[in-house]
Structure formats: structure tokens, C-alpha cells
Write a protein that binds this ligand. Structure first.
Ligand SMILES: *Cc1c(COP(=O)(O)O)cnc(C)c1O
Length: 132
């Protein structure tokens, strides 16, 4: 694993230069950093991606807040990166429980059929209803 300086696209470019013999790259970032509210430079980060790289945006704080359709920081940045992975929480802007992993078909298939955490786990409980 390689870590680049916080939101520093130039540092990311330097780190990519040093990664000579790698198969696939998974570039992970928050869309919006919860502690500061800083928005990741997704468009610039995306321009650094090579063919063998996938961008994964944890958009817990961006989903439901950013973008014309409130789809999050990727929509706000105007990126429609092929293979883009986004994880969102329903517990921030939406104020409920749960979350979602949004991504390409290969990832959805893998998570549904090969993820030991999901296989055999219990679904979210139905909402509590006050007695009438
Ligand atoms: C809140 C948060 C999550 C997880 O949210 P849940 O409350 O577990 O649904 C993941 N990533 C970031 C950056 C968050 O702020």
C-alpha cells in the first residue's frame, strides 16, 4: 500500500511514477472529508489514473449533499470514470441506517456471491412502529 499526501495530486503523480511493477491499482479517497469538510479533487485525481487503476470514493459525506441530483462528490466533480466504485452511507445526509456500494458489475457480483460478511447475514430490521 502506498499513501499519498492529503488531496495532493502532484504527490499522487510522483507516487504513481514510482509504482513500476504493479498489476492493478486501487486509488481510494473520501469524496468529502468529514473532519474538515474538504472536498477531494476528484477530477484532478481521475486525470492521474492509468488504465490499470480503479477509483474508489468513500462518499459518506458527499452522497445526498453534492451534485445537481445529490448523487455525491463524483457527480459534483463531473466524473463518470469507467469502473468507478462509490461507497455511501445512509446515516449522514439521509439520517437513517445502512449504506450502499455502487460499482461495476464484476464488483457487485463478487460482493453478492463471494463476500463472507454478506452471505448468511441478517438484513436490516423493519422500522419500529409505535403502538396505536
Ligand atoms: C460515517 C462514515 C462511514 C460509515 O457510515 P455508517 O454510519 O457506518 O453507515 C464511512 N466512511 C466515512 C468517511 C464516514 O464518514
Amino acid at each position: 500500500m502506498t499513501v499519498y499526501r492529503h488531496c495532493d495530486v502532484d504527490d499522487l503523480a510522483r507516487k504513481f511514477q514510482k509504482l513500476k511493477q504493479v498489476g492493478r491499482i486501487l486509488l481510494m479517497t473520501d469524496g468529502v472529508f468529514g473532519a474538515t469538510g474538504k472536498i477531494a479533487p476528484l477530477a484532478a485525481l481521475t486525470r492521474q489514473l492509468r488504465r490499470n487503476a480503479t477509483l474508489w470514493v468513500d462518499d459518506a459525506h458527499g452522497a445526498g449533499v453534492l451534485g445537481d441530483n445529490l448523487r455525491g462528490s463524483a457527480e459534483a466533480a463531473g466524473i463518470a470514470q469507467r469502473g468507478l466504485i462509490r461507497t455511501i452511507s445512509f446515516s449522514k445526509a439521509m439520517g437513517v441506517q445502512g449504506g450502499a456500494i455502487l460499482g461495476p458489475a464484476w464488483l457487485r457480483k463478487k460482493l453478492l456471491h463471494q463476500n463472507p460478511v454478506l452471505i448468511g447475514s441478517t438484513v436490516l430490521p423493519p422500522p419500529w412502529q409505535p403502538p396505536r
